[in-house]
Design a protein around this ligand. Structure first.
Ligand SMILES: Cc1cc2nc3c(=O)[nH]c(=O)nc-3n(C[C@H](O)[C@H](O)[C@H](O)COP(=O)(O)OP(=O)(O)OC[C@H]3O[C@@H](n4cnc5c(N)ncnc54)[C@H](O)[C@@H]3O)c2cc1C
Length: 394
């Protein structure tokens, strides 16, 4: 049996696990990241994650600090304005302009497959970080002094800190017996990219009509045409019906749903459907273990919060490690992480749950209240600026 020693073992090489590997590696620690699934780093390859992530200002700052941003910035589309168009009852369109609170855009949008490709390339270049694909976490035994992890290939790894970044169904969370507070919505988010004749002007546009929100997030031009990533939330039945349509029929429905806001939409990626849950782990820590990202919390894609909250987990852990490197993985360090991140996350998860319920509502009184509420929140400048700051997590 092979026995290995490392400072940190990260279970899960999704975007969060990869970014965590770089962040902790930059602190001079030896980091091993394992994932049973082979990484897909090419847009055309089957299984590529074609979703995009809008990295909010604090997330971009973290990516910059760890040296990943310079590899991404040329491909990132800045989001300067968030437009909410409520076309469900009385028509109301309001712009939230980043210039109101900052001299920088709100966020920068990047395809997930590309972020993954660049993160892996950087991990490869660094001397004290390793990404091992094809193996996962099998068993965990923790002691006060270390975590002992058996990988699926039989290797034993001894780590000062184990990080569970292994997604919504986290095997690390399960192995530690940490419970979940979870709501499954009878909804799916449809995710796809389109080109359209009217330019997006770096405005992220969220359209409310019937059904759930339909959000167009700017991407770089493609073949000389304006291009956007779309997240379209619908009830399960409606989402399944849409996913079964042929390309032309789907394009027609998407164009209709967008109120032809940018003209006819042409698909440039296959639509994928993502089940919607809102969940938070009852604890973000165990002995010698921390949960981050979707292993700790998952929310519907509203307000670009999901991965951004995950990067805040990583930044918090990184800061705690920096303050007291000799306390890596100790109860004192982990308790600080749990206290700070779980409270903040609980509030966001509850807020997103409420927004999701309101945005999916199809009854006339709620639609009218939603439209009125949106106008009031926007038109009172201090409230508008406060909300924008809250959205950014700052
Ligand atoms: C449609 C949509 C749009 C979104 N848009 C945004 C956005 O604009 N902004 C934003 O911030 N967020 C957004 N999100 C959320 C974001 O995509 C997720 O938070 C993120 O992709 C999840 O990353 P993760 O690394 O936590 O989990 P995952 O990507 O699920 O990674 C978990 C990894 O763990 C691995 N694993 C499983 N079992 C084991 C094991 N035994 N051992 C080791 N590894 C294991 C899996 O193979 C997987 O690779 C969106 C989500 C959706 C659905």
């Amino acid at each position: 049996m092979t026995v290995e020693q490392t400072d940190i073992l990260i279970s899960g090489g999704g975007i969060a696990g990869l970014i965590a590997t770089i962040a902790f590696g930059r602190e001079g620690l030896n980091v091993l990241c394992v994932d049973p699934a082979p990484p897909v780093t090419d847009e055309q390859t089957e299984g590529a994650d074609l979703r995009t992530t809008a990295f909010l200002q604090p997330a971009r700052d973290l990516l910059d600090e760890i040296g990943l941003w310079p590899r991404l910035e040329d491909e990132a589309t800045p989001l300067q304005v968030m437009r909410i168009a409520d076309l469900g009852g009385s028509s109301a369109i309001r712009d939230f302009d980043a210039a109101d609170i900052s001299d920088r855009p709100f966020a920068w949008n990047l395809p997930n497959w590309l972020t993954r490709r660049e993160a892996l390339a950087l991990i490869e270049e660094m001397e004290n970080t390793e990404f091992r694909s094809g193996v996962g976490t099998a068993d965990i035994l923790t002691r006060e002094s270390e975590a002992r992890i058996r990988l699926t290939d039989g290797t034993q790894v001894r780590a000062r800190l184990l990080i569970g970044a292994d997604g919504k169904g986290s095997p690390v969370r399960e192995a530690l017996g940490i419970g979940l507070r979870k709501t499954s919505y009878p909804q799916k988010a449809l995710s796809f990219a389109v080109t359209h004749p009217k330019p997006h002007g770096n405005v992220s546009t969220e359209i409310h009509r019937s059904g759930g929100p339909f959000t167009l997030v700017p991407l770089p031009n493609r073949d000389g045409q304006s291009c956007s990533a779309i997240v379209w939330m619908e009830t399960d039945d409606e989402a399944d019906r849409l996913l079964a349509l042929d390309e032309t029929a789907f394009e027609q429905e998407a164009t209709e749903r967008s109120n032809s806001y940018f003209g006819p939409l042409t698909l440039v990626s296959k639509p994928t459907g993502w089940p919607m849950t809102n969940q938070i782990a009852r604890s973000f820590i165990g002995e010698r273990t921390a949960l981050i990202a979707e292993a700790a919390h998952a929310v519907p894609p509203i307000g670009a919060q999901g991965l951004n909250m995950s990067l805040a987990d990583i930044a918090m852990l990184r800061d705690l490690i920096r303050e007291a490197p000799d306390k890596l993985g100790t109860q004192a360090m982990l308790a600080g992480y749990d206290r700070a991140r779980r409270l903040e996350t609980r509030l966001r998860v509850a807020g997103i749950d409420m927004l999701n319920r309101v945005s999916m509502a199809d009854t006339a009184p709620i639609k009218a209240a939603r439209s009125l509420g949106m106008r009031a929140l926007h038109d009172i400048a201090p409230i508008r600026r406060g909300l924008m700051r809250l959205g950014l997590g700052s």
